[in-house]
Write a protein that binds this ligand. Structure first.
Ligand SMILES: [Zn+2]
Length: 140
């Protein structure tokens, strides 16, 4: 992704607002535009609270709904802070912690024999795979 910032200063500027964070996450989750996780409809309007309101089934979806971020047992942090943490994963050269590798193995995104200490990892590609694996999957 060309738009992606190359250092922390660019990063802070790029994601200074919550709208910018949400827009980026939406592009990551729905590269071809919004797809409703409940009915698969592609037409939606966005609410002031940063939710997508499906015109097909009327259900509201957040960009993180149904993702590993949403399934986390950790208490939810304020949205801006939470989004920035998620976005940090995409910084070039960023290496996630053990917890992240465990989760990705658990969800089958990384192979079980992945060597956390030595194998190269493209976090952006892993995240994209993770998010795209969630397409069309109904929420529970
Ligand atoms: Zn829908």
């Amino acid at each position: 992704m060309d738009e992606y910032p190359h250092d922390l200063i660019e990063f802070e500027e790029r994601f200074a607002t919550e709208e910018a964070c949400l827009g980026y996450l939406a592009a990551l989750r729905w590269p071809g535009g919004f797809v409703c996780p409940t009915c698969g409809h592609t037409d939606a309007w966005t609410t002031k609270r940063g939710l997508w309101h499906c015109r097909g089934c009327g259900r509201q979806t957040s960009v993180t709904a149904g993702t590993i971020f949403h399934r986390s047992r950790k208490p939810l942090r304020p949205p801006g802070e939470y989004l920035k943490t998620a976005l940090l994963y995409h910084m070039p050269g960023f290496r996630p912690n053990e917890h992240y590798f465990r989760e990705m193995k658990r969800y089958g995104i990384l192979p079980p024999d992945f060597d956390e200490a030595n194998d190269p990892i493209d976090v952006f590609a892993v995240e994209q795979k993770c998010w795209q694996s969630l397409w069309h999957r109904p929420e529970k």
